[in-house]
Structure formats: C-alpha cells, structure tokens
Write a protein that binds this ligand. Sequence first.
Ligand code: GAR
Length: 199
Amino acid sequence: MVNTKLLPLVALISGRGSNLQAIIDQSQSGQLPVEIRAVISNRLQAQGLARAHHAGIKTHVLNQQYTHREIFDKTLMNLIDSYTPKLVVLAGFMRILTPRFVHHYKGRLLNIHPSLLPNFPGLDTHQRAIQAGVKEHGATVHFVTDKVDQGPIILQARVPVYPDDTPDILAARVLKEEHRIYPEAIRAFAEKKIIFKDE
Ligand code: GAR
C-alpha cells in the first residue's frame, strides 16, 4: 500500500553511494518520511546501484551514449518524471546539469557538496582546503540552481582541519557529517520546514 505521508523522491548517483545509503537507512528505520522510488546512475559501475538493489529500490543506468548534454538531460528528466517525485536528490552525481533541467526541478532539487560553500565549489575540495590552510572545512546541502554550487544553502556541517590531515583523512571526517546533514535536510524539506524562494 502506498503511504501518502511519505515524500516521493528520486536519487541520482555516480559512484559509491554512501550518502544514498544514509538516506535509505533513515527511511527504512522510519526516521525519514520519504519513499525512494528510484535510483538513477550515469555510471554502470556505481557501487550505489548495489545498495539500491539491496534495499529493493528500482535502478536505472543512463550512460554516456547520450553525449549531447541537452539530450542526456531530457532523457533523464523523462525517466525521473515517470516516478512523479516531489524531490530529486543529487547524491554524488558528478555531472553538470543543463539550465533546462534545473528549472524543471526548481525548488525540489537538492545537492550535497563537500565543502563549506561558498568556499571551494567544484572538485578536489579537501585537497584545496588543506592547501589553502583553512582551519575549518565541512559540507553543505543546498538547493540546485543554474549557478553551479551557488544555490540557496539549507544546512552546513563544520569539521576542524588538523595540520597533519591528508585529503583522505579530511574527506572521511567530512563524509561522516554529510551522512548526518543530508537526511536532516531532506527531513526538513519533507516536513515543509524549508521552502525555496527565488532570489
Ligand atoms: C560526497 O562527498 C559528495 O559530497 C560529493 O561526492 C561524494 C559522493 O560520495 N559530491 C560532490 O562532489 C558534488 N559536486 P557518495 O557517493 O559516497 O555519497
């Protein structure tokens, strides 16, 4: 039976899927009022696909045969919309999305980024944080807009950076916090405690 109190969502992944796992775990334990209707990966090898299978969630792979960005995103949109989600979460989805895609999901598209935005948008955030000598680093959950890594911030988690940190050690410290704040932000969205406002 469909539980109408659960927020239907679709998750997009590209790799390991540990954030997806955190969302699955909290959903299964009843802490997160969501129904994960599908997990879509742009990479066949993504470990997160196995996590979804294990949880009994439908999966799809849309790989690079759709080389043209507009065509890829249109195909992705059609697939996502076939599940009629109220929320789409990017959980380590490593593709830049077209403005058309982003507008289509305006106000219901979330991302987690491994830095304290607006610091360190883009890739290699942990290495860059160490190189910059910052004392604090972290992760950010934000609404996605067509300005990459610049959408309105929902939640951030801070961690210390120690002098002997390597990017891997720092990444692990941040990831632990990601697994805490992503479900928390999704819960706030599901409970309508946050809404997206156009700037
Ligand atoms: C996470 O650290 C996430 O913040 C990052 O990719 C990792 C995915 O890990 N996302 C980005 O860098 C987005 N630009 P996961 O697959 O184990 O969740």
